[in-house]
Design a binder for this molecule. Structure first.
Ligand SMILES: [Mg+2]
Length: 197
């Protein structure tokens, strides 16, 4: 019999097409040139693509968070809905995101639309917008996550350091670094399913 596990998922670029919506928002508001995800080699350095300072880039992201149609207009990542519903038959699931707590209401509304009654909880860690953010590894350990799924090597590393296995969701910005211990690269949601069932 299959043992029920607690699976932790990152939100943006794993479940939600965050950057596609952000890119469009910044283009419409600031006239930045259009680009695809394939051009992003460093996820937190989009100022290079926008032609602005890192501070200005941070400000634009905060404006996107505050935009009434920003977060709610994000589409789910292809394959996520179907696979998450299948995993839900066998395992418990939570979301661990670096979105700041100020986005909680809109983010929960978004999850109610696309993933109603699926995730047991959503943890908002704040990341670059928090003075003292907890690491994803810390939270995974605290709540007893068995497997964690993220698109960022940095957060996978923090989970690997506390001895929890991870799946790295393949994205253009995570292809140039070696994988930390206990980590497997996965290519899309079908591949996630193969590893979790
Ligand atoms: Mg992410």
């Amino acid at each position: 019999m299959r043992v029920q596990k607690l699976i932790g998922f990152d939100c943006d670029e794993v479940l939600a097409n965050f950057h596609i919506a952000l890119e469009k928002f910044v283009h419409l508001k600031y006239g930045s040139r259009r680009y695809s995800l394939d051009e992003i080699t460093s996820y937190h350095e989009t100022q290079k693509l926008w032609g602005c300072s890192p501070e200005e880039a941070g400000q634009r992201i905060l404006e996107f968070y505050d935009d009434p149609t920003g977060l709610i207009g994000i589409s789910p990542v292809a394959g996520a809905l179907e696979v998450i519903n299948k995993i839900n038959l066998y395992h418990r699931m939570v979301v661990i995101t670096l979105r700041p707590p100020s986005t909680e209401e809109e983010t929960r509304k978004w999850f109610d639309i696309y993933f109603p009654n699926i995730f047991e909880d959503i943890f908002f860690l704040g990341g670059r917008f928090s003075k003292k953010p907890r690491s994803k590894g810390e939270v995974c350990k605290e709540i007893g996550v068995d497997v964690f799924v993220d698109d960022h090597i940095k957060y996978i590393k923090s989970v690997s350091e506390v001895g929890i296995p991870s799946l790295l969701f393949d994205r253009p910005w995570n292809r140039n670094e070696g994988l930390p211990p206990l980590t497997t690269r996965v290519f899309g949601w079908k591949n996630v399913l193969e590893h979790l069932l």
